[in-house]
Design a protein around this ligand. Sequence first.
Ligand code: B12
Ligand code: SF4
Length: 456
Amino acid sequence: MKVVFVTPAADIRRNSIYRFGSSFYGRSNSITGPLILGGILKKEGHEVEVYEELYKDLEYENIKDADVICIYTMTSNAPRAYELANIFKEEYKKRVIIGGMHASALPEEALKYADQVVVGEAEKVIIDLIEGNIKESIVYAPPVEDLDKIPFPDYSILKTPCQVANLMTSRGCPFSCIFCTTSRMFYPYRYRTPDNVIKELEMYKRMGFKYVNFEDDNFTANRNRAKEILKKMIQNDLVFRETFFFGRTDLAEDEELLALLRDAHLNRVLIGIESLNQESLDYIDKKQKIEDIEYCGQMLEKYKIKLIASIVLGLDYDTKEDIRKAVQFSKKINAYQLQPAILTPYPGTPLYEQFKKEDRILIKDWQHYDMMNVVFEPKTMTPWELQFEFFKAVNEFYNFKGAMKIFKIFGFEAGMRRLGLWIASKFGKTFFKKKTEKEDGNIYNQLYKLSTEISS
Ligand code: B12
Ligand code: SF4
């Protein structure tokens, strides 16, 4: 059978300006689920192809001979996933299966567009599903118990660009912040043995990848295990040019860990600083103190690990001043990058349930659920003001002076990339201004109108 996996991208991400911008700043990398599932099917003798719309438009001609179309969903690309499902079902008469994050949270919604929907991790059901041995419309897939037993992602079936290999050494997270989807989708928290991770890294070295991302939600959650992996990477010459990872401020408590991260080139980390207001940190159940954030900033600079400071905008206890404080603080600790994320009530999270109960969800079109748009009614400001704070944060953080500092601390490549981000932030501001002036009912006009209604 020929099986095609598609990872859709929302409308705003499927245009040449966005693609040019992200190729200039970012490096293409893949969602690994379809590559793992596709690899399992290939081993069973099926022909498999994987396409990601983020990097290239789909060419229907190339895939119209497929027997089954499998579509991955996250919330912001769900409308596009449903549009594609309709095209494949109605025009091309294909069997369509939908899975992934969003479909797992709202399977009944996804089923309106597909023949079958899978909730959860699909490794254990994918063969029977494709071969027609599972008849249920909504398939509840059990989580993988032993992560060492699943095959590595198969990059040979990926038909769209990919410069960085994504690797997950664990699934889930031992914490449970109220807005987090992954700790709920990938439950319980599980991890692979260091030897199994090392084998996957060896494969990427052989394949010639220069960059690897550790996409675990929290790579350093178990410090001893992380250290063991890092030591083995160094001993076995499995150090890549740069490896990005997600961590928490608590990693700074362990200097041996920091030194190993530096030596294994895990030298770019995204950490959820979230807020500098302790009340807010407690409200989201972050289990993090302001002092932890300050200390982490200092230690990362000492070990030359570039910090991507992620802050959440719009928490119930945060005012505009709190947001501005967090931006200034990120500048002060010489964060390499700021990732302002607008609080987003993703289906499947306690936050979504809370906002639904309080009738605070304003925008229901899922494509805007990408953490860059306000979709709910904030407590301490209007939706429009919060949206404005997002663009203000970006503009405040990125400037020429900051880029020069990064050159000095982290060297030429980091400095150049930071300069690129400064230029991109200028484009972002122009984009926001242009969109705001247009009277075409775009998200900003909608927020402006809603805010006027709320205020009066
Ligand atoms: C790598 C990654 C990216 C990459 C690559 C994306 C791409 N090529 O499209 C980059 C950095 C570019 C990216 C971008 C974005 N991302 Co992203 N990303 C991830 C990350 C870190 C890892 C994905 C992964 O490999 N997971 C591990 C594998 C094992 O899981 P999986 O792929 O989900 O697959 C399993 C199941 O879902 C299921 N399955 C998957 N596909 C299918 C298909 C079928 C048919 C079936 C039956 C089953 C099935 O079985 C699989 C095996 O168990 C996840 C976090 C995470 N832990 O998943 C965030 C995540 C998916 N991203 C997220 C977001 C918000 C975005 C952006 C909107 C961010 C932004 N503001 O730009 C964009 C949107 C991109 C788009 N395509 O539209 C959110 C989504 C939240 C939500 N509920 O919707 C996540 C969960 C991060 C988070 N913590 O919030 N992302
Ligand atoms: S620490 Fe990060 S990955 Fe873990 S639950 Fe909180 S937001 Fe999710």
